[in-house]
Design a protein around this ligand. Sequence first.
Ligand code: H79
Length: 453
Amino acid sequence: MLFRRVALGTILASLACGVLGTPLTAQPAPRETAAQKDARMAWWRDAQFGMFIHWGAYSVPGGVFHGERVGGIGEWIMNSSKVPIPEYEQFARAFNPTKYDAEQWVRTAKDAGMKYIIITSKHHDGFALFDSKVSKYDAVDAAAYHKDALKALAEAAHRQGMKFGVYYSIMDWHHPDAQAPSTPNYNSRDFKNPNFNRYVETYMKPQLKELLTQYPAIDVLWFDGEWVADWSDEQGRQLYDWLRAIKPGLIINNRVGHSRAGMQGMSKNPDAPGDFGTPEQEVPAIGLPGVDWETCMTMNDTWGFKSFDDGWKDTRTLLRTMIDAASKGGNFLLNVGPTPLGEIPAESVARLREMGKWMRENGESIYATSASPVAAPAWGRYTSKPGKVYAHVFDWPKDHKLALTGLTAKPKAAYLLADKKPLAVEQVGEGFVVTLPNVAPSSIASVVVVEMQ
Ligand code: H79
C-alpha cells in the first residue's frame, strides 16, 4: 500500500513539474520517532547561540522617510510610512552594498561564539536577497547590486563550519496575490486575497524550493508573517511536510503555522506544526520540559538598520539574557541590522567581540547544556549537563559565601571555570555553600562548576 501511495505521489509530482519545473504537490509527512527527532535537533540544541541578520531594501532608508525620522522597527517602514509600492521599489533599486564582506560577517558571528546564522531571505516587504527565478523583485534583478547577497553568505558560512538558515515572510506586501492590494495598510489583519493560494503555489513554494536546493546548506527555515488572514495551521502543516520531504534534516520554526501566542511566541495549539517556539524580544518566565524554543532579540530597538537608533543594550545585559535563556532550556538568536553598504554597525561588532571573549572563557557552561533542574537562585542562573551544574553568578556575594539554592544532593567538588582551582563546599543546614575568592573573575557572570555525585 505504501508503495502505491509513493508511486501516485511521484506521478502527481511529475505532473506539477511539467507546469512549473518544481514538484509542488504535498508529500506524505516523513515519519519520525522521538529518537530521530532528537538526532535532527541535536546540533541546534547544542548550539545555544546564533546570529539573526535583518537586511534588505528597508536598510536603504534606514528609518528615515522624506527627511522624517520614522518610529517603530526599521524593516516596517513601508507599512509605518504607508509607502506606495512603486516608491518603495526605489529603495530596492538603490540597494548596492559595495562594502559587503560575507566572510567577515561569518567571522564576526563565529568570534562571538555563535554557532549559526539566520538571514532574511525575504521580509514582509517582499524583496528577496537571493536570485529567484520566479521573481524580478530581488537583489539581482531589482537592485543596483545585481548579485546574490544570500549565496555569498551561505557559502561563507559553509566554508567556516557555521550552520545556516533563512528567514522567510509568508506575508508579502509587494505581491499582487498576497498583501499588495491592501496598500497602504499592508498589515491589515482581516484583508483576504482571493488569489492567495496562487501566491503560495507559484511564488512562495518555488522560492522556498530554490532556497533549499540551490544553496550549499539551508539548515533552518525561520518563518514569520504567518498571522495573515489567508494562512492557517493546516496550510502550515502541509508546508512543513512539503519542506521536510525536500530536505528531511531541516529544522523549521513554529511560525510556519498560524497559532502563535503573541510575542511570547509559543504555539497556542499543541498540534500546530513547527520544531521550536519563537519568543520575540523576551525570555519566557520558565522553560517547558520537552519543548524547544529560541528567543530572538535586538541589540537596540530595531531589527532592520536605523541610522539614528541608539537604544543599545550593554554587553552584560545581552550575555545575561543569553544565560537566562540557556538556564530555561532555550536558544538565543541575537540580531544585527547591517547598513545598506553592507557593514554590521560598529556598536554591534563591539558587543559581539565582548560576548566572544566571555564565551571563549565560559562557553562550556552554555553549549550543549540543559535547563536548570531547579528554580533560578537570587544571585544568578544555573545551567546543567550530566553530572554538572553551572552556577552563573551575576551578583558576587559580599561575604563570598555562595548558597547553592535548590541543590539537595551534596556536590562532589566545585571550582571556578576561570581558574579551575578547587573551592570549599560545606553543608549548612539542608543546603550547600561554596566559599568563593574575594574577587569575581567576571563582572558579567562568573561561572562556578559544581560537580555532582
Ligand atoms: O522580523 C522581525 C520583525 O519585523 C517581525 N518579527 C521579527 C523577527 C515583527 N516584529 N514585530 N512584529 C513583527 C510586529 C507584529 C505584531 C503583530 Fe501580531 C502582528 C501584532 C498583531 C499582528 C503576531 C500576531 C504578533 C502578535 C500577534
